[in-house]
Ligand binder design. Structure first.
Ligand code: SUG
Length: 415
């Protein structure tokens, strides 16, 4: 079995809009009510996928979920309340880092790759995602000899998936150290990842307790807008890249990591170089930290917003000159997603697995990418004013757009 890291990006759905639904997500709050550009958003996401594939990285995708969610609106008695309508229309499944938590086969007792679908229970619009997400995961990872896809943990314990989970290992195919990061409630903004959910996922995945760590987020980070840990930290193989203020007890966490993974390298960006608020505003840490093929080191795929920040760019240039583990910084334009608080890392779910065991219809080939591009260019709405959510013409157009995509990718069975 050749295990590689595959990034499954969420294709941005045709109903992408700015409804201001996520308290504590500062970008989404600031952009509430703006006109959105679903076609541009999906093309930006596709360009990121193509660019990563061109680096030699394995790339997959997950499909947009059916929207508007008319069953949700019917269950609420057809409300005319804007946030509830916005929830039914949200394209939030594009942020597949929140689709599931993934433990690759080398980490689990039964040597299968385990995926627990996230319940996303804290935000109403996101809590609607999991049944359709679980169905897709069960299709993409149908081979039961190699994968186990779990339903979410009970919704009394909020779980936001891989966005609060980091895996470190000597290499992707080696046994890993899995780090679950949770938030403690009590601050101005909700702590979306509950400790009990993290502990349940670790048990469901049958991880070796010696190779699991649980760490609390710094309440100050949540208060500053880090509603998920992946807004202030990212790990890849032996490297952890984090903001000084990401964790409640950073020194204890770093010592525990070094004890279990002696080859670990921890790069901490001090607040004196990049303040917590600038880290959140620029989304520097919501980067894809990837291992380039042919021993070319690691690359950090950052949002353009981070590259445009003087403080961030200054720090990155010094870091690059130091010839450390990160050899390249690659800025990408995902501005439509960023305006809703979703950077390059939010848009992807990492799965370490054998490519041959994944349903190939979910893998990005040139042919698939061309099909996605054609359907998006011809069928995705150019723009959506949140005031138009609910209009019969818009319903017809987003439903037809998604159906055309599923048909083109031979995935009509996803429904
Ligand atoms: O859950 N935004 C998403 C952004 C998710 C980012 N994911 C990671 N950090 N992994 C959220 O807050 C905004 C939708 C709106 O307001 O219309 C939204 O759901």
């Amino acid at each position: 079995m050749a295990l590689v890291e595959i990034n499954f990006d969420g294709i941005v759905g045709p109903s992408h809009n700015y409804a201001g639904l996520s308290l504590g997500n500062l970008a989404a709050t600031v952009h509430a009510g703006d006109v959105s550009y679903p076609r541009a958003a999906a093309l930006q996401g596709l360009a990121k996928m193509r660019a990563n594939a061109a680096l030699g990285l394995a790339q997959g995708f997950l499909l947009p979920l059916p929207r508007p969610n008319s069953a949700f609106l019917a269950a609420l008695g057809e409300p005319d309340d804007r946030p509830l309508i916005g929830a039914a229309w949200s394209a939030s499944s594009m942020w597949t880092a929140n689709a599931a938590t993934v433990s690759p086969a080398p980490d689990t007792a039964d040597r299968r790759c385990h995926l627990t679908t996230a319940n996303l229970a804290t935000m109403p619009h996101r809590s609607l995602e999991w049944p359709d997400t679980a169905r897709q995961l069960r299709l993409a990872f149908a081979d039961a000899a190699h994968f186990a896809v779990h339903d979410p943990v009970p919704a009394c314990f909020g779980d936001e998936g891989a966005a609060n989970h980091m895996r470190m290992a000597a290499s992707h195919e080696a046994p890993g150290l899995e780090i679950f990061v949770y938030g403690r409630s009590g601050g101005a903004f909700p702590a979306r990842q509950h400790e009990q959910a993290s502990r349940a996922v670790a048990r469901l995945h049958r991880l070796d307790p010696e190779r699991v760590l649980f760490a609390a987020q710094n309440p100050a980070a949540i208060a500053a807008g880090a509603f998920h840990n992946d807004v202030v930290a990212v790990a890849n193989e032996h490297l952890l890249f984090a903001h000084e203020e990401a964790f409640a007890e950073p020194e204890a966490l770093f010592a525990a990591i070094r004890k279990r993974l002696p080859e670990a390298e921890i790069v901490v960006v001090p607040s004196s170089a990049i303040s917590l608020s600038e880290a959140v505003r620029s989304y520097l840490f919501n980067a894809q930290l990837v291992t380039l093929p042919s021993s070319a080191g690691m690359a950090l795929v950052i949002p353009l917003e981070a590259w445009e920040s003087a403080a961030v760019r200054g720090w990155l240039e010094i870091m690059l000159a130091g010839n450390g583990a990160i050899r390249r910084v690659i800025p990408v334009d995902v501005r439509q997603s960023m305006a809703n608080g979703g950077g390059p890392a939010c848009l992807r779910l990492r799965v370490v697995a054998d490519l041959a065991m994944v349903d190939p219809r979910f893998l990005l080939s040139d042919t698939n990418a061309d099909k996605i591009e054609w359907v998006v260019s011809h069928h995705w709405p150019e723009q959506i004013d949140p005031a138009d959510l609910g209009s019969p013409t818009l319903i017809q157009s987003v439903v037809a757009a998604r159906a055309t995509l599923l048909q083109a990718l031979d995935l009509a069975e996803v429904t």
